[in-house]
Design a binder for this molecule. Sequence first.
Ligand code: NDP
Length: 614
Amino acid sequence: MPSRKFADGEVVMGRWPGSVLYYEVQVTSYDDVAHLYTVKYKDGTELALKESELRSQSSFKPRKSQSSSSSPSRRSSSRSRSRSRSPGRPAKGRRRSASQSREHKDDKKKTIQETSLALLVLVVFKPSENNTKRYNGEPESTEKNDTSCIILEQKVKPDMEIKRVLEQYSLRPRKDDKKKEEIYSERKTFVAVKSIEKAPSKTKELEFGGRIGTFMMIFLLPATVFYLLLMCKQDDPSLLNFPPLPPLESLWDGRVFGVFLLWFFLQAIFYLLPIGKVVEGLPLSNGRKLQYRINGFYAFILTAAAIGILLYFQFELHYLYDHFMQFAVSAAVFSLALSIYLYVRSLKAPEEELAPGGNSGYFIYDFFTGHELNPRIGSFDLKYFCELRPGLMGWVVINLAMLLAEMKIHNLSMPSLSMILVNSFQLLYVVDALWNEEAVLTTMDITHDGFGFMLAFGDLVWVPFVYSLQAFYLVGHPTTITWPVAAAITVLNCIGYYIFRSANSQKNNFRRNPADPKLANLKFIPTATGKGLLVTGWWGFVRHPNYLGDIIMALAWSLPCGFNHILPYFYVIYFICLLVHREARDEHHCKQKYGLAWERYCQRVPYRIFPYIY
Ligand code: NDP
């Protein structure tokens, strides 16, 4: 057993989790079993850190002089000063023609800000890596480092001062784009350095109830799907009226499985078509960016055309309704086989390609959450493909099949108003997701979660077969609603959609181009990573406004089914639980990423999803 390196009470430099920042900490205890040090930061935060996340203070080398041009913050800000203007910024000449004294004052203020921001950052990286040149262009300073690390700034600001600095940067009208660009050029630098320095480590904090929780979920999720579908088929789908189990052999049909495979591979062909633009995803832990083709909307149009042709040639789409359970079984079997394949191939994947959230070393946990972050066959990205294509479009096709089945079974010349609402609302949701396909690249599913059973089953089984529950329910349980009620539900759906779309767009646009003049009225808190946190607009209303909009829509999808049974409300109940849990996960990640700035954001925006409630 290796002995501990740092003693209780010793003051050392501790890394802030999930970042490249080192702060002064005091060792309070050591866990011999887990080999973790409990340390206390100056602001009182106590965390358990590994030995590799601690460094002695002497191993940090003081920076020679503040006035030197070598500070990365200075470099980046000077670069940004000479960079071409963003459309929202005044022309350079115009700025220059302003009074010299003001410019001087601004510069001075900026220097204070730069310095203070830089003081927050203690960047550590290995001298042997040529990448250091990429960082600050000063290889000589890195080569001198014989302790494997360099300190670019030595002093850590007291918390009050950090807060003051953040205050200065933040909450400033965004028309002052100069500051914003500086912050974002800082961000690029830090992201680059982070990429150089950071390699994914083992997942220590297990989610979803850990090994036992994930083991149970592998059985619980399919069981829930089959329970819901069996319930929906019953004349009286009351919760206590437990459905009889169908004979096992009735659940499998080779032809149905063939149709499922055909659907899956047809979508794969559409995905491979060289139409639509190719964009880059967010930087991976090794600094690399993967390329993604954005052609989901085209694939949707092609799918609609294919379905149109089938209907034209009298193909009975309600075949889907008649064999609904068998389709669900086929999809589940396929997703299980896919998950096994994904896990097996992940065993050969290099460490740096493993998912930050699915690399615990426990088979069941990693199998469930997904071990490999972006499994690809050539340029075919399996996770990205499954996220939006076969399942999401399958959901729309199932809804359409339910609509046709309703007309056929009840001998209707046109679908019921309830069915039209459910189909239209959900169609809008799917089309929106495909139209904004690029936005999926910044979601947790793509950036954090690996591709394993959770997402494979979720994308291919849960989404198409559970999200279509309202339409399925309406086939067997016709519900009449009046026009005024339909109008009220439509308004509710529109409100939800408006909040959902504008919140998502606001954040996506801000992440992609923080200097976008359209966002000039928004304020934000800068963070040590360089990314800002919006504190006005939708993201100043609650901390997850997009979830709020999504939940309002979920309610609007259930209301057309009336109030006879709770079954069609399963979606909205489950969805609230899912998003509350997801919100907690995201908060946890953001706290690790942004530290104090996140806490400050939480103070400014106290409610998570529901204003004045939660
Ligand atoms: P979000 O789009 O909510 O993104 C969360 C991230 O946004 C954070 O990790 C952080 O990332 C960034 N962020 C947080 N606060 C701020 C802020 N104040 N200013 C700027 N950036 C901020 O993540 P999801 O992937 O969970 O959701 C995407 C959409 O998908 C949502 O609309 C959700 O409702 C929907 N969804 C739908 C599901 C369904 O089954 N129908 C399931 C799950 C989600 P960073 O700082 O790193 O950029």
